[in-house]
Design a protein around this ligand. Structure first.
Ligand code: DGT
Ligand code: CA
Ligand code: CA
Ligand code: ZN
Length: 572
């Protein structure tokens, strides 16, 4: 699927055009990029089946962009992009990935200080040359250095939400090769970590050669790092590395266990094996006495032989799961099937791209019992936030729709902004009319810890607030969590009966597994939501589920596993 590759190019074109002061076009390219990212069908299939007309029918894509897409599908390149790239220093795209540095600022830094790449930028910030430029604020240098730090951490790692579909697609392709028996992804991807260093694939087959040939010559391959009989490695055009290993069927379980990791989990497991008179490796579990293999075909039999319960991959981070498995006390984790509804989504009324009816129908197709429409509110101008009047209108519209649509209940709701002082962006009279109120922070992120703690507690204390939205506010690789006293916030959530959101947006994953596990100590309840702005993003639910599983959540911990009546009773 070339959707992501083309989206990345469109974003890059938009940035370059913006540097060149071109009007309008950057907006159009970004819109198209977002539409491509949201598309679930491979763009090249649409082109093969329906030609250029099919492409032009897609949202945000006109004739001009359709032609560029065709160029890419047919030649692997877009000519105008190749030309544009040459006009700018090579380090520019990377510079623009630093939080707070858009095309305009990058241009200014280049013109005034000759900054061409991240290295130059770091030097200039450390020498305090940047604060001398106008339009850069007092704290700019500090923020730039922090941004560089975050960027370094993220570098070479990809968001789970981006890596997962790519892994699945390669698996689907490889499955069609004759002789391939089992194929599975392992590593951090199988553990569903928020970011992925590389994708690890495992295959069993009688004939490795055609598999390796196919794998290294796929359309999506940018570079081959290694090609062998048992292991190959490539880099995809999207930038991520993929390792592929070919195994014998009777060692598949052992290899899957080993390459799923984590490393810390494996080390502890191996030590337990030694104490029990075994040797554990990627080839199997062996008796030390006579070197005979006692397990290896499945993961399950390995864990069993070591005297423990099977441990779900998401839990394998060496945070107590092995001890719990020995005591046979592992929780039964929540699954995607348990989810009965999605409680956070935006429509055209604020910054989403679908209508209420469309997104409700899509929720029904996912077999949900209910869904809740939650727009942004007025102070969030960039997201076209709505005021009391518009919301009251929407409430009426939803009431009407509920009479028309069967098989799903649309709840009325809002994602109300938490203002600087902890008060809410809409009045209580209107909030009271809603089924569900999510309160979220979208501004003034850089407050002192004490102040932010007070702000969040005040918001949760409002009797209308049911859920604290994306509680830490972090954006992976871009923005750190805001500072607050975690214990005080969790205690306040308990005291005010406020549920915490597990936001499934790939960039957010907020709360993450670690925080969820901590919040559970306070016996808090959670809501897993997609925060979808279009229909295809309703599928992010699986990412939120992954975070909940990493946080050891059971069905009973998650409110949107409840049938509607019980859900409404549990909320404030
Ligand atoms: P990543 O790729 O950085 O997101 O993280 P992983 O966990 O996928 O790490 P990766 O790809 O380097 O290796 C895959 C798995 O292989 C890892 O989770 C555990 C296993 N593994 C790798 N190196 C070692 C090692 O030195 N000792 C042990 N016990 N296991 C290892
Ligand atoms: Ca990996
Ligand atoms: Ca690897
Ligand atoms: Zn939000």
């Amino acid at each position: 699927m070339k959707n992501q590759e083309i989206a990345q190019i469109f974003y890059a074109i938009a940035d370059i055009l913006e540097i060149q002061n071109v009007q309008w076009k950057p907006v159009a390219y970004r819109k198209a990029a977002r539409a491509l990212e949201a598309l679930s069908e491979p763009i090249e299939d649409i082109y093969t089946e329906k030609g250029i007309k099919g492409l032009e029918k897609l949202p945000a894509i006109g004739k001009n962009l359709a032609e560029k897409i065709i160029q890419y599908i047919e030649t692997g390149k877009i000519k105008s992009y190749e030309k544009l790239k040459k006009k700018l220093p090579k380090g520019f795209p990377e510079l623009m990935e630093i939080q707070g540095l858009g095309p305009k600022k990058v241009k200014k830094l280049y013109k005034k200080l000759g900054i061409k790449n991240i290295k130059d930028l770091e030097k200039a910030a450390k020498k305090h040359k940047i604060k001398e430029l106008e339009t850069f604020k007092e704290k700019s240098e500090e923020n730039i250095l922090k941004g560089i730090e975050l960027h370094k951490e993220k570098q070479d790692r990809m968001l789970l939400g981006k890596a997962l579909p790519q892994a699945r697609e390669i698996i689907n392709e490889l499955k069609t090769i004759k002789g391939v028996q089992r194929i599975e992804y392992a590593g951090s991807l199988r553990r569903m970590k928020e970011t992925i260093g590389d994708i690890d694939l495992l295959v069993t087959t009688k004939n490795a050669k055609p598999v390796m040939n196919y794998f290294t010559s796929m359309d999506s391959v940018k570079r081959i790092l290694a090609k062998g009989e048992t292991k190959s490695a490539i880099i995809l055009k999207t930038g991520i590395q993929v390792d592929l290993r070919v195994l014998k069927p009777d060692e598949f379980g052992a290899a899957l266990q080993y390459f799923t990791g984590s490393k810390d989990h494996n080390i502890k497991l191996r030590n337990i094996a030694i104490k029990k008179g075994y040797k554990l490796s990627e080839y199997g579990l062996f008796s030390k006495k006579n070197n005979r293999k006692v397990a290896g075909k499945t993961e399950n039999e390995i864990y069993r032989k070591l005297g423990m319960q099977y441990i779900e991959p998401e839990m394998r981070e060496n945070t107590g799961e092995i001890e719990a498995a020995i005591k046979k006390k592992l929780p039964k984790l929540v699954t995607l099937k348990d989810i009965k509804g999605d409680l956070h989504m935006h429509t055209k009324a604020s910054d989403g791209t679908t209508t209420i009816q469309e997104i409700a129908k899509a929720c029904k197709q996912r077999n949900y019992e209910y869904c809740c429409i939650t727009e942004h509110t007025k102070s969030l101008k960039i997201a076209n936030g709505i005021n009391e009047k518009k919301l009251e209108k929407q409430i009426k519209e939803i009431k009407k729709l509920n009479k028309k649509i069967n098989g799903i209940k649309i709840l009325t709701g809002i994602e109300v902004d938490i203002l600087k002082d902890g008060s809410l962006d809409l009045n209580d009279k209107t909030l009271k009319k809603l089924d569900i109120v999510i309160a979220s922070v979208h501004s003034n992120f850089k407050m002192e810890k004490k102040e932010m703690t007070k702000r969040l507690i005040k918001a949760m204390s409002n009797e209308n607030v049911d859920i604290l939205g994306h509680p830490t506010g972090r954006m992976i690789g871009m923005r750190e969590a805001y500072k607050f006293d975690i214990d005080q916030i969790f205690q306040a959530a308990k005291d005010t009966n406020t549920a915490l959101e597990i936001n499934s947006q790939p960039k957010r994953m907020d709360l993450n597994g670690y925080m969820i596990k901590k919040a559970k100590e306070y016996k808090l309840k959670f809501v897993i939501s997609t925060d979808a702005h279009n229909i295809s993003r309703l599928s992010y639910m699986e990412l939120g589920i992954a975070m909940a599983r990493k946080g050891w959540c059971q069905k009973k911990d998650i409110l949107n596993t409840l049938p509607l009546k019980k859900l409404m009773k549990q909320l404030k």
